[in-house]
Design a protein around this ligand. Structure first.
Ligand SMILES: C[S@@+](CC[C@H](N)C(=O)[O-])C[C@H]1O[C@@H](n2cnc3c(N)ncnc32)[C@H](O)[C@@H]1O
Length: 273
């Protein structure tokens, strides 16, 4: 498999196993907070498989959505998924396999930027946020989400514990802005004014604990790389540990895993001197 084929396969697994159950419902909350309007220009930074565009376009009816992600596999799957979704023709879609640290739009041209589980994922969060600020028009909005601290995200917490007990460091990047002050500070330091900040919960459902672990191992942008470090001999014991830790969350219909994230709406305010 070439590296782009492997990236597309991982992105497709993310779309198939994690967007419907976890990222999609959170994305809907962020898009609702951002409230995209007809005719607006929307920028989706770290767009993944493009759930932002698929949720925003029907609300807009007309306008433009520019989506970027550093992973070319994500962008391939995003384009295909948008085609399949049959979005309104009046919304022009643009896709870029470009890191958030690069500037791809002209200054002060964007009404709304959405960055969902993105600010903490990028390589240089302050630079990515500076690019977002620069892209926003005066009074333009940023709607963003970042996972709360790891212990509040029970599925990943179980995976992290089971990895750690086998000497494999868990992926901490997804939770690196989990402390409320860290999430707030990233936005404030970018000279954006926080209009709304909440820490919310969502229960993600999976048919089995194994289905959750397999989905994460195949498609989670950071944690799949940590799980891949397990030796073959350790894999069964790892799954058994995760199943035991998560047993309190099992129900007759499957498993219900609490997830928690910070949701933010911030505005670019340019005050006249
Ligand atoms: C957890 S996913 C979120 C994707 C999407 N926003 C969603 O809600 O489904 C994090 C995304 O950040 C992307 N990413 C990581 N580093 C990046 C960077 N430097 N620039 C742009 N995207 C990046 C990953 O490729 C991945 O698609």
């Amino acid at each position: 498999m070439t590296s782009i084929e492997a990236a597309v396969a991982a992105a497709q697994a993310y779309e198939d196993h994690l967007v419907g159950s976890v990222f999609g419902p959170w994305a809907k909350r962020v898009v609702d907070i951002g409230a995209p309007q007809s005719g607006e220009v929307v920028l989706d930074v770290a767009c993944g498989t493009g759930i932002g565009a698929r949720l925003a376009a029907p609300l807009m009816g007309s306008g433009q959505i520019i989506s970027l992600d550093g992973d070319a596999g994500m962008i391939e799957v995003a384009k295909k998924s948008a085609d399949k979704a049959g979005l309104p023709e009046g919304v022009a879609l643009e896709w870029h396999a470009t890191p958030a640290e690069e500037k791809i739009v002209d200054d002060a041209t964007v009404d709304l930027c959405i960055c969902m589980q993105g600010p903490q994922f990028v390589s240089d969060p302050p630079l990515a946020l500076a690019n977002i600020r620069r892209a926003l028009k005066r009074n333009g909005r940023l709607a963003a989400s970042m996972w709360n601290e790891l212990p509040n995200n029970k599925g990943h917490y179980a995976i992290a514990q089971a990895l750690q007990s086998r000497g494999v460091p868990p992926a901490m990047k997804p939770f690196s802005k989990g402390k409320l002050e860290d999430a707030r500070q990233l936005i404030v330091d970018a000279d954006l004014e926080i209009e709304h900040f909440e820490t919310a919960e969502y229960i993600a459902s999976f048919p089995t604990i194994r289905a959750f672990v397999d989905g994460v191992a195949a498609g989670a942008p950071a944690t799949r790389h940590a799980i891949a470090q397990l030796s073959d001999a350790d894999k069964d014991g790892f799954l058994r540990d995760v199943e035991e830790i998560l047993s309190p969350y099992k129900t007759d219909g499957g498993v219900r895993l609490p997830t928690s994230a910070h949701l933010i709406l911030a505005i670019r305010r340019d005050y006249l001197a």
